[in-house]
Design a protein around this ligand. Structure first.
Ligand SMILES: *Cc1c(COP(=O)(O)O)cnc(C)c1O
Length: 384
């Protein structure tokens, strides 16, 4: 089935085509100069010391947890409203995910008060907190970072929605999402604000963390094929049990073009979000809410998702059906994670009421830089 109005769309033009052709002409396809430039440009733009490009956002999360020293048996607190990658990678390092409730049924972000309770209930066990900037809107970072510092847990940002977004610190400075904690993880999957097909980036201030992540990205080897090709190294040692999480030059070249376009692309997303919010406002009186509508500062967000929260699951399902009949694609970000078969039993039946209620009522509407005003008008007419 092909949708007349898809949920997301690529923001590609001749720049991406030429970037890929440039790499093909160079005849160097695996990690090399494009990747180095991509890492340097993103690190500079984000104002962070290190950027490590990887094969996808999930790999970035895996490397962040490993390089942060998370060990078998440790607990890793994380939001229940999230894509499954952070929970899977927690299990991959032998640790235990502790799902934390959302702020409210209309606000999916990890709740600082619920996190504080999780720390109290498991003294000394939670070694890391993975936060996720749902929809591109920042979590309550000042409180969350303060809590992690007090409890001695490392803070990792699953910033896959938040690239190009910011949040204010206690002094009122705008700090890029992904640079608040020990490590930030980005994804360049096709439906993200920056798309390379598959791709990801880990960013951090710590030289030690970057060094570990770089080694684990490439089998734990001490030199790269690219270094040996240039005569900078001849042999190698294997100093850790690593993986092959390398990105390739085609994707790195795509990523460099997407990074250049990101400020304008995010502004286009914010403009379309403003149009949606203005047109859908009458739905508030019928119990609908929109993520980013209230206290979340739209101007600082990366506006990754337009998430509508229906008054109940039935209304949500009916709205999805009405739009589907018009060829308009919608989705649900996300199903309640502990309901997945692989996570059965991870929380009690009445646990996490805010997260569960959000997941039962959320409907994500199309949002991308090229989405037309007419399409937004049409969706509003169908929903009102
Ligand atoms: C996309 C996404 C991931 C996973 O990224 P991949 O590049 O697909 O591995 C993880 N977390 C969140 C919140 C995401 O949106």
């Amino acid at each position: 089935m092909s949708w007349r109005v898809p949920l997301c769309d690529l923001n590609f033009d001749d720049a991406e085509r030429e970037a890929v052709l440039r790499v093909l002409a160079s005849k160097w396809l695996s990690m090399g100069p494009e990747t180095e430039a991509f890492e340097r440009e993103m690190a500079e733009g984000l104002g962070v010391a290190h950027a490590v490009a990887v094969t996808n956002g999930t790999a970035a999360l895996h490397l962040a947890l490993l390089a942060a020293g998370i060990r078998p048996g440790d607990a890793v607190a994380q939001p229940a409203v999230n894509f499954v990658a952070a929970a899977n990678m927690t299990l991959a390092v032998g640790a235990v995910p502790v799902f934390v409730d959302a702020e409210s049924p209309g606000a999916p972000w990890i709740d600082p008060e619920a996190l504080a309770r999780a720390f109290r209930e498991r003294p000394g066990r939670i070694k890391a907190v993975v936060v996720m900037h749902y929809g591109g809107y920042a979590c309550r970072m000042v409180e969350l970072r303060g809590l992690c510092e007090r409890e001695g847990a490392v803070l990792i940002e699953d910033a896959c929605h938040g690239i190009g977004g910011q949040a204010l610190d206690a002094e009122g400075r705008a700090i890029p999402l992904g640079t608040w904690g020990l490590a930030g993880c980005f994804s360049f999957f096709s439906n993200k604000n920056m798309a390379t097909g598959e791709g990801g980036m880990l960013v951090c201030a710590s030289e030690d963390l970057a060094h570990k992540a770089r080694a684990l990205r490439s089998h734990g080897m001490t030199t790269l094929t690219w270094d040996r090709h240039r005569g900078h190294a001849s042999g190698y040692d294997v100093a850790a049990h690593g993986f092959n999480y390398r990105i390739d030059e085609l994707r790195a070249a795509l990523g460099r073009e997407q990074w250049k376009k990101l400020p304008a692309a995010n502004e286009a997303r914010r403009e379309r979000t403003r149009s949606y919010l203005a047109r859908l406002q009458p739905l508030n009186a019928r119990g609908w809410r929109f993520v980013g509508q209230d206290d979340r500062v739209l101007d600082q967000s990366s506006a990754h998702l337009l998430a509508a929260v229906a008054p109940d699951a039935e209304t949500r399902d009916r709205a999805a059906q009405v739009l589907a009949e018009k060829g308009i694609q919608t989705s649900r970000h996300y199903p309640f994670l502990p309901d997945f078969t692989a996570f059965h039993g991870s929380v009690g039946p009445d646990a996490l009421p805010h997260a569960r209620a959000f997941c039962e009522c959320v409907l994500t509407l199309p949002l991308y830089p090229g989405l037309s005003e007419q399409a937004i008008d049409e969706m509003a007419r169908e929903l009102l």
